[in-house]
Ligand binder design. Structure first.
Ligand code: SF4
Length: 390
């Protein structure tokens, strides 16, 4: 569980006004003194994220945010940054000093939230009784005491379980139990040393979870691997090797990519597929927004910085401008883009991807992703989408 990546954890963010006890609660929840706690207003400036095991629910990430009521110029920027966290938040915990008259701010009606009254040890019993009447769902913390902290954890689990969405399998609904899948993992200069990347590990694990036999090979040994096997139900390849792999895999064997599996699991797959129609409409000098989920070294085989820009301009015979946003950065003004391309997003959570897709839809900006556009550039998008019934 310790190793569960952040991208697969539900995100719980603690919001509230300055000095309302957010960091005290954060430290108590994760059981470590990570966030600095003081009575000086605005001690938490940047969000702090920590992973924790919420037993018996499972692995989650908890975020301590800067206070919402900071009227300095720097404070306004911090609040904007704090509100950005909502894009990746699955559950809000809203702390409020029981002695304060400030109103609770409803940050997002679509995100479940738990109000938590803090510093109850400093309030009179009558104030607490009154609040309990008006806020029956709130948790009342007396200096982050263990008993009420437990009540809060139970409420968190209750809310998170309500979110438990449709099955989040990557491959388990595409291949039958006991079926056979071949995973093609090229080891080129873009491959990290000594390990395989997260989407590949996730698909492998999902095969094991669903009693699917998984065989791993490089593209250079794929033909022999297919010859060795009597029956193959699906081949999944790294998008970079799409063209070569599609030439090797007989047409009757379904083929797709890690990136397309991840896109289907994480976001609105139909919206990403539809985005390809905007690719065909791109014109000379248009600007394309590329969203990379993490910072990484750029090599000559980098998908977002080298391969897609080169392939797209070559295929369309036009010159395009590419603008890059990394990790959680996202442009405020989308009007200057003709297309957005989201990376596989293995380092960011489903909520963040879906929040972005929603904003782009509202702004009529077409979006696709790395795997889909690489399949398109290699002329095999139809084949790579067939397994999804598209
Ligand atoms: S750029 Fe995107 S797909 Fe690539 S490793 Fe980072 S998060 Fe994963």
């Amino acid at each position: 569980m310790e190793k569960t990546p952040l991208s697969l954890r539900k995100h719980i963010a603690i919001f509230g006004n300055v000095n309302s006890g957010k960091s005290t609660l954060f430290n108590a929840l994760i059981g470590q003194d990570v966030a600095i706690v003081s009575n000086v207003k605005g001690t938490t400036t940047d969000p702090v994220t920590k992973s924790m095991e919420l037993i018996p629910y499972g692995p989650v990430a908890v975020i301590d945010t800067a206070g919402l009521s900071d009227d300095t110029e720097l404070g306004a920027k911090r609040i904007e940054k704090t509100k950005d966290i909502l894009k990746r938040t699955d559950l809000i915990i809203y702390t409020k000093d029981i002695n304060s008259d400030e109103e609770i701010i409803i940050l997002d009606n679509n995100i479940p939230f738990i109000p938590v009254y803090t510093k109850c040890d400093t309030a009179s019993e009558s104030v607490i009784i009154d609040k309990k009447k008006t806020e029956p769902n709130a948790v009342f913390l007396y200096n982050a005491d263990a008993e009420n902290l437990e009540k809060l954890k139970l409420k968190m689990i209750e809310e998170l379980e309500k979110l438990n969405e449709e099955s989040e399998t990557l491959i388990g609904d595409l291949v039958e139990k006991n079926g056979s899948v071949v995973l093609v993992i090229p080891i080129d200069s873009a491959a990290p040393k000594g390990r395989i990347i997260l989407p590949q590990v996730q698909v492998l694990r999902d095969c094991l979870d669903h009693d699917i036999k998984a065989y791993v090979t490089k593209e250079t040994t794929l033909k022999e691997a297919l010859d060795d096997l009597k029956k193959v139900d699906l081949v999944v390849t790294d998008s970079q090797a799409f063209k070569l792999v599609s030439e090797i895999v007989p047409r009757e064997i379904p083929l797709t990519s890690f990136s397309m599996l991840l896109a289907r699991q994480k976001g609105n797959f139909n919206q990403l597929l539809d985005g390809i129609s905007a690719v065909r409409n791109l014109k000379d000098n248009d600007t394309v927004l590329v969203l990379e989920g993490c910072t990484h070294n750029t090599t000559h085989e980098d998908i977002g910085r080298i391969k897609i820009p080169a392939g797209l301009q070559k295929k369309l015979g036009i010159k395009l401008n590419f603008e890059y946003y990394t990790a959680y950065d996202f442009p405020k003004d989308l009007s200057r883009y003709s297309l957005a391309i989201q990376c596989g997003g293995c380092m960011i959570n489903k909520k963040e991807i879906n929040s972005r897709l929603k904003i782009m839809k509202e702004n009529s900006l077409s979006v696709t992703n790395y795997g889909i556009i690489l399949a398109y550039l290699n002329g095999i998008l139809d084949r790579a989408s067939e397994i999804f019934g598209k």
